[in-house]
Design a protein around this ligand. Structure first.
Ligand code: CTP
Length: 392
């Protein structure tokens, strides 16, 4: 279980921190809340106490006995310090190392990753000194989240809004990840390819791109520089990932080749069409044309071509199988000169296309099979990366 210290400072968005605390608790974390006294003007400590099941700390001097509360103890074995909302005031204190309340003191003593979520009026946020403080905190290794844009509590429109608790939660989880892919260039392909028959019809498959996008996002979270070559999907490009949109297998082939030269790792999660119509009609094929057969031509196998020029890159493929699953997948790994292959058993419930979960096995060059339980694609993406990290 992760231990999280949540620091809440005195902005109107402090009420949203209650929802954030709840999300951490629901995610299985042990959450301890520290508030500034200004924060208690906006939301009662009792709210956090009830949500987290722990007392809330506000003062350096916990009771009137004069005994200083052991702020270092509070940080013991803490995995993450999250300050949300972070006012201009706390940012300034952190940037100069001022320790005049419990939270600013804790920050100086923290040795864990620190996530800071600035939230304030747009003019304050854009003030040079606030921006300088944010830059300084970033240079010191804090993960500073960009505020949202929208209507602010003061009635003006602009940047400075505290992001939604779900987004802060996802951002904080990313900060907990190891940075084990830092310095690596990764190429991920995702989604289906489409092979046109005429201007309104194509051959394709039900891939939605979820698995490849989850991998691209996970790689980014773990420090890689990521290029995502994506077939047509409805997914939002993961933040910070360079995305190249393609439609056909030939286009995917060209885009992958363009980025292959200087990359260290390729994960081909795309569901590529093996065939394309031999002829593409320029006009819509009419009913009256009495079309009864479509002649197909074979597409190039992108991964096979990459495998021929593998060098010291790591190549990871996917395989979709319905029979003799492990034998077929291992054969693909050998033929395409891969390091790992992730195989979907398409007959398993909850596995494969267009679902949030997947049930796969991972096979290595020796043929060893790791059978994984049904899991969310996001968790699976990190598991696949753990396996790749073992090869780096
Ligand atoms: N692949 C590719 N180019 C193709 C076909 C497949 O790069 N023209 C890649 C896929 O992205 C995947 C792996 O090869 O990583 C295996 O894809 P799969 O469809 O399971 O296998 P195929 O090689 O196409 O063989 P088959 O359809 O006969 O099972």
């Amino acid at each position: 279980m992760k231990k999280i210290v949540l620091g809440v400072t005195g902005g109107i968005a402090a009420y949203k921190a209650a929802e954030l605390a709840r999300l951490f608790v629901r995610g299985g974390a042990d959450v301890h809340v520290v508030m500034t006294s200004a924060a208690t003007e906006f939301i009662a400590p009792l709210t956090f106490q009830v949500l987290t099941g722990h007392p809330v700390y506000v003062n350096m001097y916990a009771d009137r006995s004069g005994e200083k509360i052991k702020h270092i103890d509070l940080l013991e074995e803490t995995d993450l310090l999250v300050i949300a909302p972070a006012t201009a005031n706390i940012l300034a204190k952190m940037a100069v190392g001022l320790a005049d309340n419990l939270l600013s003191t804790l920050y100086l003593a923290a040795r864990c990753p620190v996530v800071v979520v600035p939230s304030m009026n747009v003019d304050m946020y854009e003030h040079r000194i606030v921006q300088e403080n944010i830059n300084k905190l970033t240079e010191h290794g804090c993960h500073v989240m960009d505020p949202g844009e929208g209507e602010l509590a003061c009635g003006v429109y602009g940047r400075g809004r505290m992001p939604e608790p779900e987004d802060i939660y996802a951002y904080a989880r990313a900060a907990l990840r190891p940075n084990d892919f830092a310095g690596l260039k990764a190429l991920v392909s995702a989604g289906p390819t489409r092979e046109p028959l005429d201007p309104v019809r194509f051959l394709s498959n039900p891939s939605t791109g979820l698995m490849g996008y989850a991998l691209a996002r996970a790689l980014k979270e773990r420090g890689a520089e990521v290029t995502l070559i994506s077939g047509q999907t409805h997914l939002r490009a993961p933040a910070g990932v360079r995305t190249v949109d393609v439609t056909t297998t030939e286009e995917m082939f060209d885009a992958v080749k363009d980025h292959y030269e200087d990359c260290h790792l390729v994960i081909k999660a795309a569901a590529v069409s093996d065939y394309r119509p031999l002829e593409v009609s320029e006009q819509k094929v009419k009913k009256t044309s009495d079309l009864s057969t479509i002649e197909l031509a074979k597409n190039r196998d992108i991964l096979l071509e990459l495998g021929k020029e593998k060098g010291d890159r790591i190549l990871v493929g996917f395989a979709a199988e319905t029979e003799d699953i492990f034998e077929n997948a291992h054969q693909k790994l050998i033929n395409k000169n891969l390091d790992l292959i992730v195989v979907n058993n398409l007959k398993e419930p909850g596995a494969g296309f267009a679902v949030a979960t997947n049930r796969v096995s991972i096979i290595d060059r020796s043929g060893a099979v790791e059978e994984l339980p049904l899991m969310e694609k996001e968790a699976l993406a990190h598991h696949i990366l753990d396996r790749i990290a073992g090869l780096l």
